[in-house]
Design a binder for this molecule. Structure first.
Ligand code: ZN
Length: 416
């Protein structure tokens, strides 16, 4: 496939792919070079010192790997984290959005824009994670988020992501230290990170870092790779690779040339005759509760058409054994079709259909479908006692199956 964008028609026809590839390229640049915490070599001396500081080996690995990924010396980061956040041990006791609004109202006119920007950043983050904005915790007083106490604006501008994850939090702290001039001076970068602390704060951080440095000796991780931002050429190469993936339908996160779902779903089984399990009703197997049913079961004639409930991309069209791990995780089995797309607010949506008739697939993985198009026929395969379509709707999350998103009531989406 040619990737030469020869004229405006190219962008008009492929704008979605270009945008997705750009988004992935930016995420790649900002994420640094991932370092596997498991690959860090630790000396007994370092482990012992960490223990005396109340830092578990697992956390120590996260700290060191995340520091390397941002070319921050790990003892600098550990010293900084000791003073700033008790080694990343507390993600804050307030509701971030409430704290930020409070500061907005009390701020002088000149700094209201900054607090508004933090409100906007929290909205972006809630969308990115597919969570309720009020579930994001922040420090009382300013609404800084994650255990490294980073303001929402900075958290989001460096890529956002799971604020409960220590590795990601330390990566974000490293990005911020780099932005405040770490390469020139560690103490000055610390001062700019937290100007309210004054010189006393900086002195405490430097002393704590020196204490850690004394234990980074011998075969301790002395790797300190010189990690710079990727070169321009490298960035272009990565962008072209992502664009190529997007245009060949191998986009990882998906994102095909389909319009977003406008908030309503087509009924996947219009000729159904009755209901089985409804959304949220408890499922018992052998008298034991196993799950609250994550979808709706539509009972109906064997062999009748099952339809795509929205425009999207087929990310799964394959038999799923009821004993497989995915079947248990998704609570779906037999012949399964998963259709992935986007909502107008940018969140992902995935719909799952299960128990289809054998040899009845009319789509395959990678196909784009339009709402109402037949995807398979009604069956009784997998963990099923009568022909029915198990239909489930997952909103938010990421990847081809909306991992991390939440199940929602299909009947609400269909509008009955
Ligand atoms: Zn079911």
């Amino acid at each position: 496939m040619s990737l030469i964008p020869s004229n405006a028609r190219f962008f008009n026809a492929n704008g979605v792919h270009v945008a997705r590839a750009l988004e992935r390229t930016l995420a790649w640049i900002y994420s640094g070079i991932p370092v596997d915490p498991g690959s860090i070599i630790l000396t007994d001396e370092l482990i012992a010192y960490a223990q005396s500081e109340g830092v578990s080996e697992e956390k120590l690995r996260d700290f060191i790997a995340a520091s390397y990924s941002q070319a921050i010396r790990p003892y600098h980061m550990l010293g900084f984290a000791k003073i700033e956040s008790h080694y990343c041990s507390n993600i804050g006791g307030g509701v971030a959005i409430d704290e930020v609004w409070k500061r907005y109202y009390s701020a002088p006119l000149g700094s209201k824009a900054w607090w508004l920007a933090n409100v906007a950043a929290l909205k972006v983050l809630a969308l990115q994670l597919g969570v309720d904005i009020r579930s994001i915790p922040g420090s009382i007083g300013a609404g800084a988020i994650s255990c490294m106490q980073i303001m929402p604006v900075n958290w989001v501008r460096f890529g956002g992501g799971d604020y409960e994850n220590v590795y990601i939090s330390v990566v974000r702290a490293g990005q911020y230290l780099n932005a405040t001039g770490y390469k020139n001076s560690f103490p000055e970068a610390v001062h700019r990170y937290n100007p309210n602390g004054g010189q006393a704060y900086v002195d405490m951080v430097v002393a704590a870092a020196a204490a850690w440095e004394a234990h980074f000796t011998g075969s301790a991780p002395d790797q300190e790779p010189e990690l710079d931002k990727p070169s321009f050429l490298m960035t272009v190469a990565i962008f072209l690779e992502f664009l190529n993936q997007e245009m060949s339908g191998d986009g990882g996160d998906g994102g095909g040339p389909v319009p977003p779902v406008d908030g309503k779903l087509v009924h996947p089984f219009p000729t159904f005759t009755g209901y089985g399990y409804l959304f949220g009703s408890p499922v018992y197997v052998g008298g034991v509760w196993v799950i609250d049913h994550p979808g709706t079961d539509f009972i109906g004639p064997l062999g009748d058409p099952i339809l795509a409930s929205h425009n999207g991309k087929i990310t799964w069209a394959q038999y799923l054994s009821r004993f497989s791990w995915l079947a248990v995780r998704w609570w779906i089995s037999g012949n399964v079709v998963i259709n992935q797309s986007y909502l107008e607010d940018g969140r992902q949506i995935c719909t799952f259909n299960g128990h289809g008739l054998d040899n009845s697939y009319s789509v395959q993985k990678g196909d784009t479908v339009t709402a109402g198009e037949q995807i398979m026929r009604n069956g009784n395969t997998g963990f099923s006692s009568a022909p029915h379509d198990h239909f489930a709707v997952k909103v938010g999350g990421s990847g081809p199956y909306c991992d991390g998103g939440s199940w929602e009531d299909p009947l609400k989406w269909i509008g009955k």
